[in-house]
Design a protein around this ligand. Sequence first.
Ligand SMILES: Nc1nc2c(ncn2[C@@H]2O[C@H](COP(=O)(O)OP(=O)(O)O)[C@@H](O)[C@H]2O)c(=O)[nH]1
Ligand SMILES: [Mg+2]
Length: 229
Amino acid sequence: MFSALTYQLSTTFLEEQKKCEGLVAAANMSKKPATQPTLHKVIMVGSGGVGKSALTLQFMYDEFVEDYEPTKADSYRKKVVLDGEEVQIDILDTAGQEDYAAIRDNYFRSGEGFLCVFSITEPESFDATQEFREQILRVKNDENIPFLLVGNKSDLADKRRVPLDACRERAQHWQVPYVETSAKTRDNVDKAFLTLIRQMSWLKQGLAAAEEPPDQPSRRCAVRCCTIC
Ligand SMILES: Nc1nc2c(ncn2[C@@H]2O[C@H](COP(=O)(O)OP(=O)(O)O)[C@@H](O)[C@H]2O)c(=O)[nH]1
Ligand SMILES: [Mg+2]
């Protein structure tokens, strides 16, 4: 009788302990691991041939790929350290299907930040950035969406056909940073991606919208209105 009671008490205790352990395990599982880096989703947009893939591959793998011609959009993921914090960046390198409005809008909807690329050697590609910007704003319905205007192929300075002033003016008008890059020499490639990721990161932390003391230089403007050449 005594041992039966002891047995019953101890099994009840064990069951309760198991329940508690189960609850703790469930609570731990629902918690986001502290080490999970924030994910930022970047979309590469721009006319064909401006260097979207070359920039992406240079940023991802430190190499210049001369003839990369995917028939569909490709996505890449990389961890980077930004201002001392590890973040994850998801890059969608679009490749022409954007001509189909439904596909294009789906891509744009999934993006949190945009690298809008043209070639400084090709005025038509510069003109096209206007349309990309309009399409993105229409889909995202947010003027403050993280966005960078990128003039690529800066190594071809002798073939330049889009004046620097025009590029700066457009970026200023849009209130976005302007960056000149060369996917060939890697000039400013990291800077372009990191400037955009910084915008995205600050926006997510709510800093972009935060009130700033009037006598302090604006952090928001520092990431949104600069030219990097
Ligand atoms: N000189 C030079 N050529 C580039 C640069 N970026 C891309 N290209 C070349 O331009 C062509 C188109 O590049 P690609 O990345 O495929 O353009 P996408 O269609 O926008 O993805 C390729 O032949 C690349 O080698 C650059 O910064 N400088
Ligand atoms: Mg491409």
